[in-house]
Design a protein around this ligand. Structure first.
Ligand SMILES: [Zn+2]
Ligand SMILES: [Zn+2]
Length: 255
């Protein structure tokens, strides 16, 4: 019983064998997944997957890398989709100072607008944060994101930052990097995150776990992430899977 809380199964990398990738995930025990639609192209393809498979849910939002392309009517579009049964969160939203595809002030404005929308609709949010830790936390605080909560996806910050996100009521999610030998920080942070706030994900097709690093990631590999997390927490795989599954149900408010 595994829950991949962050995947991109609609990505072109899966066009040749999407059905098989999904079948392999089910064989690995992944019984629920959230596909993330993050711009004009991937929101419709995410909704198609969520409508086709009962175990695939959707998050919809505007990615910081695409911030410059968001128009006011896109916010209305996201709001309307949030009424859909299978849409469980707004995201991924946040800040990305690594890829220079949208100016930082535009990213921040688009981020703030979507936190506001999430508060209006009482939807949890999925946060993407790359090299922008201080600004992400500051904006979450200024915009009162603690009213809705959500998840810090594929968390790569320090324990200091993690603690501030936990204080705001957020869950902390880890992916492939916790399986890498030289990834000290995410392993240390994971060890300290309280068990009832821990989530796992793949972010496939990116961030492939060891020993498949270098090739395409897929949702079934969330099992490798769960194994690494279990080892770091000193738990059996089954126990870790059960806890993180329940956490995902709580985070995304499944009944
Ligand atoms: Zn992301
Ligand atoms: Zn993503």
């Amino acid at each position: 019983m595994l829950f991949d809380t962050h995947t991109h199964l609609d990505a072109a990398q899966f066009d040749e064998d999407r059905e098989e990738v999904i079948a392999r995930a089910l064989e690995q025990g992944v019984s629920r997944m959230i596909n993330i639609g993050f711009n004009r192209e991937t929101i419709p393809t995410t909704m198609e997957l969520a409508e086709k498979y009962d175990f695939i849910y959707a998050a919809v939002g505007w990615h910081p890398q695409d911030a410059v392309t968001m128009r006011p009517e896109d916010l209305d579009w996201i709001a309307e989709l949030c009424r859909h049964d299978k849409v469980v969160a707004i995201g991924e939203i946040g800040l990305d100072y690594y890829w220079d595809t949208s100016p930082q002030d535009v990213q921040q404005s688009v981020f703030r607008q979507q936190i506001g929308l999430a508060r209006n609709l009482q939807m949890p949010i999925v946060i993407h944060n790359r090299d922008a830790h201080a600004d992400v936390v500051r904006i979450l605080r200024e915009e009162h994101a603690e009213e809705v909560g959500g998840v810090m996806h594929c968390f790569s910050g320090s324990w200091e930052i993690a603690k501030q996100c936990l204080d705001l009521g957020f869950y902390i999610s880890f992916g492939g990097p916790i399986t890498y030998k030289n990834a000290k920080q995410p392993k240390e942070v994971l060890s300290q995150v309280p068990l009832d706030r821990l989530l796992i994900e793949t972010d496939s097709p990116y961030l492939t776990p060891h020993p498949f690093r270098g090739i395409r990631n897929e949702t079934g590999y969330v099992r490798l992430v769960a194994e690494a997390a279990a080892a770091l927490k000193g738990l059996e795989l089954e126990e870790l899977s059960k806890i993180t599954f329940q956490n995902a149900l709580n985070c995304f408010r499944f009944d």
